[in-house]
Design a protein around this ligand. Structure first.
Ligand SMILES: [Zn+2]
Length: 457
């Protein structure tokens, strides 16, 4: 047993090192993105979207890992570009021109589901990185270069979630979006290769690497405890919460409605997510806006956002776009002084901002929140305690509780599943026993797109 465990630990460490060198900093992984896209879909009540998500769940899932699949290509931009609003809008327009305005064919529904999953991926890289990932970097005992892979392992092991999507991607259409609409040539075969590699990466985690959850949990205890907690800003339930609004706005765009009146799809803090600290320099101490359509960069300036105290005084703050291409969809705002305890603040977004379609909201967007009252004067907000509240997507969570048979004809090595979902040392030895085929295995892991991504625009 010890031998198997040692092989497993060594293999995982080796793979982690290899992946860490392939991408920078923190991230969430492909399985995590698929989870957030699906969790948001479960919460959608709009009848048209409901019908699409119910009919085309696999296309939604494929869209959910499509952006990162491109990072397995030699062309880094095959991964980078679909993360952002330029690609989202080009794809919206292609779908609208090809299948609109009714979108009543199965192909139309499949493309819409894929679009939604893909867009959900982009925005949840931001909800996660801007708030959760940057906070993890401050508090985890280990540097977070491998936190993306660890998150995938936590999700599979702890939820559990043994899910490996069947590949369904219209490679010709996506090649057209890249090549004809965005003037960045990508061949259909390159998309096929990238998606296959990405799926292999997902399968490796779901079939094998999940057994290392406790080892990773020792490195990243803060993230493991919070990743699925609906109270934690930037964690997966928060991402799904923001994605719900993105789905609504994407449907509006497909309907050729350019209104920007509901362009704010999420904020932090909000009524469900109180500010967790009075430290305005912390990632989770900053105000965040998430937009359901990219913004013209030049339409945002120092007059666009104001934070006022209870007396209506404007408190000095500094804003920045969080990444993005020509049309970023996230703004962070840092108060230039600590938040005062037990104080009501109002944040105002002025209607001078313009969407990528050149449209401004018809009125200001504003919301108020009250900061926490620390237990002791001069202290900070109390940390979360007790078990996490119920999931907002219980059907999804229940769906993968049982480990499915591993795929028979897939690229990843076939490993025997444990008989139960428990992962004691004896259980974990079963799949690891097959690590004897180490050569092919390591080659696969090296090529596998576990959680590969990086975007720094
Ligand atoms: Zn990504």
């Amino acid at each position: 047993m010890k031998t198997f465990a040692a092989i497993g630990a060594g293999l995982i460490t080796f793979v982690a090192g290899a992946f860490a060198s392939m991408h920078e900093a923190h991230a969430t992984g492909m399985q995590g993105h698929v989870y957030m896209a699906q969790c948001a879909a479960e919460q959608v009540q709009d009848a048209r979207l409901r019908a699409i998500f119910d009919a085309q769940p696999t296309h939604l899932a494929n869209g959910g890992f499509f952006p990162d699949s491109g990072y397995t290509s030699k062309d880094h931009d095959q991964g980078e570009i679909p993360h952002w609003e330029g690609y989202v809008q080009a794809y919206v327009e292609l779908i609208r021109e090809t299948y609109g305005p009714k979108y009543d064919s199965p192909e139309a529904q499949q493309h819409i589901a894929f679009l939604m999953g893909m867009a959900a991926h982009g925005i949840t890289d931001s909800t996660y990185d801007a708030i959760f990932g940057d906070r993890a970097a401050q508090v985890e005992p280990t540097n977070i270069d491998s936190l993306d892979m660890a998150n995938e392992i936590f999700l599979v092991h702890d939820l559990p979630r043994y899910y490996i999507p069947e590949l369904v991607v219209d490679v010709n259409t996506h090649s057209d979006v890249f090549t004809k609409r965005l003037q960045h040539p990508v061949a259909p075969d390159a998309i096929t290769d990238a998606m296959s590699t990405a799926k292999s990466g997902i399968a490796v985690v779901a079939n094998l690497l999940y057994v290392g959850a406790d080892e990773w949990g020792g490195k990243y205890p803060w993230a493991r405890k919070r990743l699925l907690d609906p109270r934690v800003p930037g964690a997966y339930p928060f991402g799904a919460h923001v994605v719900k609004g993105y789905y609504r706005e994407l449907l509006r765009r497909l309907d050729n409605d350019s209104s920007a009146d509901q362009i704010v799809i999420g904020t932090y803090p909000d009524t469900e997510y109180p500010l967790v600290t009075l430290d305005s320099t912390r990632p989770d101490g900053k105000v965040h806006f998430f937009f359901g359509e990219g913004l013209e960069r030049t339409s945002v300036d120092d007059t666009s956002i104001e934070i006022k105290d209870e007396a209506g005084n404007v408190i000095p703050s500094k804003w920045n776009f969080f990444r993005g291409d020509n049309w970023p969809n996230v703004i962070q705002v840092a108060l230039q002084e600590p938040w005062k305890p037990g104080t009501k603040y109002t944040v105002v977004l002025n209607p001078t901002i313009r969407s990528l379609q050149g449209v401004s909201p018809t009125k200001p967007f504003s919301y108020s929140f009250t900061t926490c009252t620390p237990d002791m004067p001069g202290g900070d907000c109390p940390d979360i305690t007790g078990p996490a509240p119920a999931s907002a997507c219980p059907k999804l969570d229940a769906q993968y509780a049982m480990r499915p048979a591993p795929p028979q004809e897939e690229e990843p090595p076939v490993v025997n599943p444990p008989k139960t979902t428990e992962t004691s040392a004896s259980c974990s030895a079963a799949p690891l026993a097959h690590a004897g085929r180490a050569g092919a295995f390591v080659a696969l892991l090296m090529s596998g797109a576990l959680a590969i991504r990086r975007r720094r625009r």
